[in-house]
Design a binder for this molecule. Structure first.
Ligand code: FAD
Length: 504
């Protein structure tokens, strides 16, 4: 079984040079996922000079580890959004997301991008009579949001259903192939792309300056297309980071289900889809088992639960790929897209939940319109500075109580182990040495990797992620390698290393 996403095998490797000079552009974009690359395309196409700085490789963040579904509804359900806001808001959400899917299709057709894009139905399925009322509520909200929706008593799945909500004309693609191909078309057309160019500090002002290790970019506008914006911002108090798991399996029969299929299950749903690879192999993907980042021990077991779920419903032959990734839920369930405040030249795009291939595209559309001075019909709905404390309150209190609990958990500090000698190969544990908190990982060759356990973002203590072999911050979702390098999340600085001589 491969421990990576199924998309990677079908996407061309990208080879953009790192930034090694100082540049001056109209717009600097941090992050080369679907948000950053789409924004790069739209802005360069409109005549702006653009630089995209990507820490890893294009599509190497969450975009390349998603499930490649594009749909107008939302993970949190439209009827819940309607109850928090109103019918106009869900109308805007459905219309803006439909426009973003069309944007993806236009780009694909315009550049003849080969990424298995196809229109397909979306289904929300209930397996029990109990869940049928949830389905009915979502159906009603879909109609009020202007979507053409249907209720069926059958669906193309090999298990019993009580009802299914169906929306035609949604879409699926290989997200990694898409962003990598789009990047090749925009490179050099007013847009310069740099890989392995991590932004290590940001100076906001007029102009803004982004620094990487070997060069800087001075820009009138900067876009944080990093999934969670970098540095300390008020918006981090409004975001809940969640990790989720995916399996890609082969079936004994050739009966792979068509379309995007979400099956209601408490407390969340499972999402399945079929992917046909370039070599013609079919895979059934399943996504689920979400939990707060850094707050689940023994998280390898999430894959076992996913597999058990699949095996009770499909005739599974083998599991071929598995991967995990994270997303960020917004306090009021609407993403934060746009300038930090009405006069700011710093733009953010975050809080997409697991709906961000569409929201990321929409963010690129809204932000590029804002920069170009074009009126966008949806910019107000998603503005980061919108004030709706009542709508935000529920999850804001829950997420911040959760963050606060993470801080309290460490007072007084309880390290996982007292001595590093008790850590066996493959294991990561926290340890206290001379009053300081460390994260210690012993690799398979018994070498110890010792770094500070204090997150460089807001000083929470990181926890071991046994599945991804990383140190994850349970407060705002920053993740670090065993040697302390930032992988993702709001942190900018790495966790400092500690000498491993004379340890307890
Ligand atoms: C398991 C899973 C499945 C999902 N499936 C779907 C789906 O089917 N449909 C859907 O709509 N959404 C889905 N989502 C959500 C969606 O994948 C994300 O919301 C979306 O990919 C976010 O795109 P992005 O470009 O904003 O961020 P990313 O793709 O994460 O890109 C951000 C980039 O910024 C780079 N970066 C970070 N820090 C720096 C730095 N300091 N300097 C330079 N670069 C930096 C990263 O390396 C990364 O490449 C899923 C999410 C998960 C977790």
């Amino acid at each position: 079984m491969k421990k990576t996403s199924v998309w990677k095998d079908d996407a061309e490797a990208s080879h953009y040079s790192p930034l090694q000079t100082d540049l001056n552009v109209d717009v600097a974009i941090i992050g080369g996922g679907i948000t950053g690359i789409t924004a790069g395309y739209l802005l360069a196409h409109a005549g702006k000079s653009v630089a995209v700085l990507e820490a890893l490789q294009i599509g190497g963040g969450t975009t390349g580890f998603s499930t490649g579904n594009l749909y107008a509804v939302v993970d949190e359900r439209l009827y819940i959004l309607q109850a928090k806001f109103d019918t106009d808001t869900i109308h805007d959400v459905a219309a803006s997301r439909t426009a973003a899917i069309q944007q993806v299709e236009n780009i694909i057709r315009g550049f003849s991008i080969d990424c298995d894009f196809h229109r397909t139905p979306f289904r929300l399925i209930s397996e029990t009579e109990d869940d049928t009322s949830t389905l009915q509520r979502e159906y009603q909200a879909c109609l009020e949001a202007g979507l053409e929706a249907y209720i069926d008593t059958m669906a193309p799945v090999p298990f019993y259903i009580s009802a299914a909500l169906r929306i035609e004309d949604q879409a699926q693609f290989n997200p990694m192939q898409y962003v990598k191909a789009l990047a090749t078309h925009i490179q050099g057309t007013g847009c310069a792309i740099f890989e392995h160019s991590k932004v290590v500090s940001i100076k906001e002002g007029s102009p803004n300056i982004l620094y990487t290790e070997n060069g800087s970019v001075t820009a009138e506008n900067i876009i944080h297309a990093t999934h969670s914006p970098k540095g300390i911002m008020a918006v981090h108090g409004l975001l809940g980071p969640y990790r989720e798991y995916v399996l890609a399996a082969r079936l004994n029969s050739g009966d792979y289900p068509e379309g995007i299929c979400w099956v209601l299950n408490k407390p969340h749903h499972y999402s399945t889809r079929t992917y046909t690879s370039k070599s013609g192999e079919n895979y059934l993907l399943v996504l689920g088992e979400p939990h707060k980042v850094g707050q689940k021990e023994a998280n390898e077991a999430c894959f076992d639960s996913l597999e058990a779920y699949l095996r009770t419903r499909f005739d599974i032959k083998s599991v071929e790929y598995r991967w995990s990734a994270q997303h960020y839920k917004a306090a009021d369930s609407l993403p934060y897209i746009g300038a930090l405040h009405p006069k700011s030249s710093v733009y953010i795009a975050t809080g997409f939940a697991a709906d961000g291939l569409t929201y990321g595209t929409l963010a690129a559309m809204i932000i590029s319109d804002l920069i170009l001075g074009i009126k966008n019909p949806w910019s107000k709905v998603y503005a980061p500075y919108r004030h709706n404390p009542l709508k935000t309150a529920g999850r804001f209190i829950k997420e911040n109580a959760n963050v606060f609990a993470q801080y309290l958990k460490d007072i007084p500090y309880h390290a996982d182990v007292e001595t590093v000698s008790s850590i066996v190969p493959g294991e990561g544990k926290t340890v206290e040495i001379e009053g300081e908190k460390f994260a210690a990982y012993r690799d398979e060759s018994a070498e110890l990797h010792l770094i500070s356990a204090v997150c460089t973002h807001m000083k929470c203590i990181v926890n071991w992620n046994e599945e991804a072999k990383s140190w994850d911050c349970p407060c705002h979702g920053s993740r670090f390698t065993v040697d302390g390098q930032v992988i993702e999340g709001p942190a900018i600085a790495n966790l400092p290393k500690k000498e491993t001589n004379n340890l307890p």
